[in-house]
Design a protein around this ligand. Structure first.
Ligand SMILES: [Zn+2]
Length: 253
């Protein structure tokens, strides 16, 4: 069995088929992250409809989806429903695009949102799933300042010096199918200790497979696991045992 620790199941084109294929491939559990109010509602409703794989909702507003007009409603919904969730997320900061790096108001809105997510994680004693693309240092600083203890830097592909601080703070990182080929992912995961790594798909993200591309679904977490084992030059079963134990410990499942 294997756990997909980060999938956007509400965005999958063929949800029943994808879950069936995941179950057949040995995926026992999926952490179903959300990105905005509509997505939170869908994830909660889907989680109640399917038993295999077991779906664990995570509630949050993605940094790319923070909107001044709807933010309060989304946060109120989170607060009202977090008792049914397994985690807070996905949340965080995203400074990847130049316009965001130039737009101080946008960055402040993302920070305000992330700060509330960190507070809610504390209040509900839940782990938090952090999107940190291009904003690794600010994400780490805010997380450390918040006092949150269970933080996952999802699909970590940032600098290794920040990774060292993430690890020494006791936090976790995850990696995606990109660990098979992305230099940034490979550098980070080559550096991170295996006992802090989780595997995920971020489905339905599109990945490369040699010369072709494909849209991921939760069963593709098997690709992530195998590529990680290859990168680490370790036995696949040994890696599977460790990443499953990490996911269970982190999410308490
Ligand atoms: Zn995601």
């Amino acid at each position: 069995m294997i756990i997909d620790t980060h999938a956007h199941i509400d965005q999958l084109e063929d949800l029943p088929g994808a879950l069936e294929r995941a179950h057949e491939a040995g995926v026992s559990d999926i952490i179903a992250v959300s990105v905005d109010l509509g997505s939170m509602e869908k994830v909660l409703s889907i989680a109640g409809q399917y038993q295999k794989p077991k779906i664990h909702p995570a509630l949050g507003v993605h940094p790319g989806m923070v909107k001044a007009e709807t933010q309060q409603m989304a946060l109120d919904f989170m607060r009202a429903n977090l008792s049914q969730a397994r985690a807070v997320g996905e949340t965080g900061l995203d400074y990847w695009y130049k316009w965001v790096r130039k737009d101080e108001i946008e960055r402040q809105q993302q920070k305000d949102s992330f700060a509330v997510h960190l507070e809610l994680a504390q209040e509900f004693d839940l782990p938090i799933v952090i999107h940190s693309r291009g904003a690794w240092q600010d994400c780490l600083s805010m997380t450390l300042a918040s006092g949150v203890k269970r933080a996952l830097f999802h699909w970590y592909s940032g600098p290794v010096d920040i990774l060292d601080q993430i690890i020494s703070a006791g936090f976790y990182v995850s990696t995606s199918v990109s660990v098979a080929y992305s230099p940034e992912s490979r550098q980070a995961m080559g550096h991170a200790p295996l006992d802090r790594i989780l595997v995920e798909t971020d489905a339905p993200v599109t990945y490369r497979d040699g010369e072709t591309k494909f849209m991921a679904e939760p069963k593709d977490v098997i690709r992530t696991w195998k590529a990680l084992a290859q990168l680490k030059n370790l036995d696949e079963q040994e890696v599977l045992t460790v990443v499953n134990a990490n996911a269970k410990a982190f999410f308490g499942i």
